[in-house]
Design a protein around this ligand. Structure first.
Ligand code: ADP
Ligand code: ZN
Length: 807
């Protein structure tokens, strides 16, 4: 008996119940399990992967089940990470198990599948069937198959049409049992094209296969690392040989980082005085090894990236690691290349275009301390950087930092909490900081650093507002482009300069309606109108992707009067072709960009001058630095203003400022033309003036008056159900539960959500505004308990703390 070794382990499991579960540890595991390791344990009829929180010798009451398997030899989450997980769980009111699952990127490293097998009841059923043996339906066939051997979900899906539904039914009837499998992936399974191979040490004597000997001889003759696919082109068996030798640690096999595109390597610059002042303050903080938060407010083109690069270098010099977070869409191979160029092998890029194995390989390099600089998107905030000294959050206002599923954390805010715990310096950078961050700087929580002008004192582009109401009065035409904009595009085509046109709406026309009865065609699953996509000749729901052909006759009144209203990016492209038949036009939105690669191809083509005009949605507004763009046109600046969201002005201001910032970044100054029917709206006026300060002053007044963030803490409660009465009833129950309201809390609703039905679910919401975080947090915990006590389905209640979307 191993006296003293812990016999029990508290596991955090990814289930809505918010508490750890105690399991017995088999003898073989007792000396191996540490907090932060993942284990597989039985849970009801399932087997789940959870994270060990505590090992102890306190037998729990009642029956205890035994842990089945240990996945990690070493903890994947260390103590500070577990503490961060607890903070997220509490602050965002999300079950710890789900938070920890999100934090361990190993979801990517672990392949998940389900294995089904027969229960005793299932076996009995088969036997009885055999007696009755009549015709065999697919359920029987499936049971027979499982009688022979257990099978995975993937296998069954191949074998039976409608397997998923069938399996669910049989599970419910108790004929089947399911095991969730977590199989660790082999990092050496990455494709050869992505692997680099080299000698780990002088090759030992020994018996090797012919291909292995050849490969070793080649590597001895040609030192350094080689792309495995290239080796395979001369030695066809090199792939298998390399993998075999790597398993014996004779060769090193590393996942190769994407090639640096030469177009992107920027020279190292001597910092200008503003950059230098900002950098000096950051460097001092890094050297002090204490938590300190900065807001770097720099106009577009002011050289923020160069400040980040210098700050990262200073961090490495101080012997610590650095983390840079960028918005989802901004992490292109081009951006990655820039960092690789500066930091070489010391950088790891956490790119969602990478395969799972590649990401896992990056994760290992970071944890091993091989990569000290990490560049990643939102979830990169959990990268196991050693001895973290700096976190930079670029474009800190970007909404892609917020995860729109449980746990609904904001990567920027988590970065601050992580930085604080690590004694690291945190730099939030933006040309248009969020109101919350700017207000924190005003209150002295963050130190404000300002880059007030563009590099080399290049002028900010001149912005003209074009009043489309006047345009209509003068021309009596409802045109997509004003005369001024057409003229300006024409001039650019003549002079060989480039144009970017923003229309933040996909598709061709935004509404399909009937002229006779006024019916607007809606999604079958959502309460939103369908958008016409001309190229596919379909109507599409932008929320759930439901698609339908355009009907010949109105489904409501039967008349043939279907017509199309509103303008999307696809229509802008077509109008351009009509106005400028010779112009080379390309479009960038979610219809043309289905992968990261498309995005990069379109941008590269535009940058290299293969196109004169780039049309697109907000995708074109972010961060690109294309010197030959001298005209930016905003086709309709009013789109965002109509949204029922208190942040609609902020969003509009940010989008317009960012897209305007794309013009005139090279030698030739640029202009921006903004078409609008709200020329006096402050978001549009101040964006045109590119004056963040004036916008902030005005907007913060509004927030103060309305008690919106940053003057209150907000949470959105969403109640949903496939049955409208259910959703309504639950939301009403919540309303009653909150009555009387705790001191300092205000609730709007329950009311129908702006999108009242989404993916066939009906939705009601309550928006909570609290004077203090504490009141909000306590109330939300009570609400969660209320939902658990009343046995609401796990998906019925969504709690969104600091929501960024209220739709
Ligand atoms: P921002 O992110 O603030 O919009 P960037 O970091 O993209 O600005 O910088 C704009 C351009 O200025 C880039 O092409 C960059 O290489 C260049 N740049 C940055 N710092 C300097 C400097 N000190 N001197 C000259 N050029 C610089
Ligand atoms: Zn839909």
């Amino acid at each position: 008996m191993s006296e003293g070794l812990p016999a029990y382990c508290d596991l955090s499991l990814p289930v809505p119940l918010d508490r750890p579960f105690t399991y017995r540890l088999p003898e073989t595991l007792r000396h191996r399990v540490q907090p932060g390791c993942r284990l597989v344990a039985p849970f009801g009829a399932r087997k789940l992967t959870g994270v060990a929180l505590r090992c102890h010798n306190e037998p729990p009451e009642g029956t205890v089940r035994e842990v089945l398997r240990l996945i990690d030899a070493e903890p994947v989450l260390d103590d500070p990470m577990l503490a961060l997980g607890r903070w997220i769980s509490e602050y965002y009111c999300a079950p710890l198990g789900e938070v920890l699952r999100t934090m361990a990127p190993l979801a990517a490293e672990v392949r998940r599948d389900k294995v089904y097998q027969l229960t005793d009841k299932g076996r009995d059923a088969i036997r009885q069937l055999a007696l009755a043996a009549s015709e065999e339906d697919s359920a029987t066939q499936l049971l027979r198959l499982l009688e022979r051997r257990p099978s995975t979900a993937t296998y069954l899906k191949d074998k039976f049409t409608g397997a998923a539904g069938l399996v669910q039914r049989l599970l419910k009837q108790g004929y089947l049992a399911v095991e969730e499998l977590a199989v660790e992936r082999d990092p050496l399974r990455a494709p050869s094209s992505r692997l680099r191979v080299g000698l780990a040490a002088p090759p030992p004597e020994g018996k090797f296969k012919k291909a292995e000997r050849e490969l070793l001889a080649y590597l001895e003759l040609h030192p350094g690392s080689h792309n495995l696919q290239e080796l395979e082109s001369v030695m066809p068996k090199a792939g298998a040989a390399a993998r075999a030798l790597a398993r014996q640690d004779i060769l090193t096999l590393k996942v190769e980082l994407p090639a640096v595109s030469a177009a992107h390597i920027r020279p190292r610059h001597v910092l200008n005085p503003h950059q230098q002042v900002a950098f000096n303050q950051i460097r001092t903080a890094i050297q002090a090894r204490e938590f300190k938060a900065f807001l770097l407010e720099g106009v577009t083109g002011s050289g923020k990236t160069e400040v980040y690069l210098n700050a990262i270098e200073a961090t490495l010099e101080a012997g610590r690691g650095a983390l840079l977070l960028v918005p989802e869409i901004a992490l292109t191979p081009a951006v990655a290349g820039q960092f690789q160029h500066r930091f070489g092998d010391r950088v790891a890029i956490l790119h969602s275009a990478f395969s799972d194995t590649e990401r896992a390989a990056q994760w290992r390099r970071i944890r091993a301390g091989e990569a000290e600089v990490v560049v990643g998107t939102r979830s990169g905030v959990f990268a196991p950087v050693r001895n973290l000294g700096l976190i930079v959050v670029d474009e800190e206002h970007d909404t892609s930092y917020k995860q729109e599923e449980t746990p609904r954390y904001n990567g920027r805010d988590v970065a601050l909490v992580r930085g604080q715990a690590a004694g690291a310096c945190v730099v939030l950078g933006s040309a248009t900081p969020s109101l919350e961050s700017r207000y924190n700087a005003e209150r002295g929580k963050y130190t404000l650093l300002v880059l007030p002008e563009r590099i080399e004192q290049r002028p900010l582009p001149a912005v003209e507002i074009l009043d489309m109401r006047l345009e209509f009065l003068e021309t009596r035409k409802q045109a997509v482009f004003s005369r001024r904009l057409l003229e300006a595009i024409g001039e650019r085509l003549e002079s060989g300069e480039q144009t970017m046109l923003l229309l933040n709406r996909r598709g061709f026309s935004t509404v399909v309606a009937c002229r006779a009865c006024g019916e607007r065609l809606q999604c079958a699953n959502c309460s939103v109108t369908l958008t016409f996509h001309r190229r596919d000749r379909r109507m599409l729901c932008h929320y759930c992707n439901y698609a339908e052909r355009v009907p010949e006759i109105c489904p409501k009144c039967g008349k043939e009067h279907i017509y199309f209203l509103g303008t999307g990016a696809e229509k802008v492209e077509e109008e351009l072709h009509r106005a400028f038949p010779k112009a080379r036009v390309t479009r960038m939105d979610r219809d043309t960009v289905t992968t990261k690669r498309h995005y990069e191809t379109i941008l590269a083509g535009f940058r290299e001058g293969n196109y004169d005009i780039l049309v697109g949605t907000q995708m074109i507004a972010k961060g690109h630095d294309i010197p030959n763009v001298t005209l930016v046109g905003v086709v309709n600046a009013d789109i965002g203003l109509g949204m029922p969201d208190f942040r609609s002005s902020e969003r509009t201001f940010q989008l317009l400022t960012q897209v305007a910032g794309r013009a005139g970044r090279g030698e030739v100054p640029g202009i921006v033309l903004v078409q609008t029917i709200n020329p006096d709206h402050y978001a549009i006026r101040f964006a045109a003036a590119q004056d963040y300060r004036l916008f902030y002053e005005k907007e913060i007044q509004y927030r103060r008056t309305m008690r919106y963030p940053p003057f209150s803490a907000l949470a959105n409660l969403l109640v949903r159900s496939a049955k409208q009465e259910e959703a309504f009833r639950m939301s009403a129950e919540l309303g009653r539960f909150l009555d009387p309201l705790p001191e300092g809390l205000k609730v709007l609703g329950p009311a129908e959500a702006p999108v009242a039905r989404l993916r066939t679910e009906y939705r009601y919401q309550l928006l909570m505004k609290a004077a203090s975080r504490k009141t909000l947090g306590e109330t939300l915990q009570r609400i969660r308990r209320f939902a658990l006590d009343h046995e609401w389905p796990a998906t019925a209640l969504v709690i969104d703390v600091d929501p960024l979307s209220l739709m």
